[in-house]
Design a protein around this ligand. Sequence first.
Ligand code: FMN
Length: 186
Amino acid sequence: MEVLEALRTRRSIGKLEGDVTDVELRQLVEAGLWAPNHKLTDPLRFVALRGAARERLGQVWAEVAGAVELPPGVTRENFVAKEARKPLRAPLLLAVGVRTDEDAEVAEEDFATAAAAVQNVLLAAHALGLGAIWRTGGMVLAPAIRKHLGFAPTDRIAGIVYVGRPAMVPPTPQPRDVDAHLTILD
Ligand SMILES: Cc1cc2nc3c(=O)[nH]c(=O)nc-3n(C[C@H](O)[C@H](O)[C@H](O)COP(=O)(O)O)c2cc1C
């Protein structure tokens, strides 16, 4: 698939099913590793979760999520059970972790590399005919999740990409208005 066509036609796909092969998984990670990276610091680490590993992540996440104050009318049991199921929304979860350099400028650039890597993964998934969605929220911020996935306490997770076979047709996006977003200085 041509690059411009891929980035125009890629959409977040939240409903995912089926399986992702090892070959596809490796292609996704390789695409992530082609992200531009200033000073070639090699800051990225990917953790792929499949099968029961998603259930174990759900259990850890449910404990974290269940510890907060709940909205009125929601029982803790229902809330925790719902949160525990979240990682089961796709056959493959790919966590994109990034080291936090001691130098704040390098750390910021490395996080930008991680964001570019996530987009590369999304585009590669699309080009392979897979569906994918970039998810963040409390799960990527929780120290217990970082630890569970084997990241260092100072690492950050730029996103967890949920990947599978598309099980929905995404809504048609608004066309992009270049003029409203562009200033040209000659
Ligand atoms: C940094 C970042 C975090 C995101 N986190 C979530 C998320 O936690 N849950 C979710 O449903 N979508 C998440 N998304 C996906 C966006 O909602 C999605 O990209 C947006 O709705 C535009 O849709 P599109 O990707 O189809 O163009 C995230 C996107 C980005 C860039």
